[in-house]
Design a protein around this ligand. Sequence first.
Ligand code: CA
Length: 481
Amino acid sequence: MKNVALAAMASTVGASLSSCANAVKKINVEEKTKMPNLIYVFPDQFRRQSLGFLNEDPVITPNLNKFASESLVLTDCVSCYPLCSPYRAMLLTGKYPAQNKVLTNCHSRRYKFHNELQKSDRCISDVLHDNDYSLGYIGKWHLESPLPEKNTYGEYTWTPPDRRHGFDYWCSYGSTGHHFHTHYYINSKSEKDVTEISEWSPKFETDVATNYIKNTNGKYRKPNQPFALFLAYNPPHPNYKEVPEKYVKMYDGKNYKDLLVRPNLDPKGETSEKAKGWVKNYFAAVTGIDDQFGRILNCLKEQGLDKNTIVIFTSDHGDMMGSHNLRSKNVWYEESMGVPFIIRWPGHIKPGKDDLLINTPDIMPTLLAMMGLKNKIPKDVQGKDLAGAFLGKKINRPDSSFYFLIKEGKPDSGRRGLRTHRYTFVISKSKKKNKIFLYDNKKDPYQLENIADSKPELVKKLTEKLYKKLTEINDPWVKNS
Ligand code: CA
């Protein structure tokens, strides 16, 4: 009797073990099919200060406010090179400008320098594509140098399919300043077959993106594969005037004094004066982007994809909007470098705030690692995998982010700098004497005073740190100084 009982027990245990093995096998299969989707939304020139919940700019951003409450918000995130093409190239390649060859904005006159995304670079999209992901790119690309005779930053510039780096769904264009009449190259259509759209480009692109997410009849992507969608809205980038009236109306009754609230505007400055005429429309475009982003989030939820999708909202750089009497970007001030970085992945990333200093090239390896593809990160990637910081693990946290400005065709030229938790430090190379800029962002958050001359010891320390870090990434600027 005893033996029979034991035999029965052994058989039960065996069955349990076997069913356990099956369960593990099943989980593995399910995990594979449940690899997370990625939606990377990056409007152009959306400054960090224009996130309503930060209480800096008086903007209306209800969807971003709610999204942030469900997400991890990087409070100190900067764009290492606050300019369109260099940011985009660093994002996709995980490499710094001297290595990815995109030294400044793509433009016809830079064609001769091959100032464009290199076909030979292995981008995040190439890696995801080769690991069973469907890839979508919607909106502004700005990574081709147009032919010299075109004299353009990228209007009507086609990216041939063999230069799309794994993106198999494509609804994109080079560059444009027109938000109500935007042109797109769609999928396999030829260079001559341009689609012209007569509505606000973020509205159109959100329609396309929601169709991509819904994927009715498998028209947009392979239904059994996870997907990664990059959505590159152009607004709130100029032309500021081209924004739907319904969003401008939301700021009715507010004049420039209510809107331009930063103390670093120059009361006598010509550009600060001009910003009085731009700011309402800029904020209206911010609200419009918030509205369209809300549609993406709703669609994800309706489709039951919100839990297994990593969603990021960020930007390529900010907008000075008259601060320091400057417009646009490509300068070290927080209004230009500071970008939103809000990331949601339910059950994996704990909502909250983090002052992590991430460099733009870190984003690629960080995302790949987060998505289970750490061992697929290309060997020549320079960015660091900081996935642990997002997933609640202890990691070696960076103590600074880089700042770059480079002249066309001259990788060893221009400015370099560091943004630490406390300081913004910049060396601007000059034939005569280098100029140095240093701001104590803790004591002087609006960066009103350059304290470089009064802090020689600190300048020495930060210079050494900058050179050490630039040497680590093999930046030729170091040798030319
Ligand atoms: Ca841009």
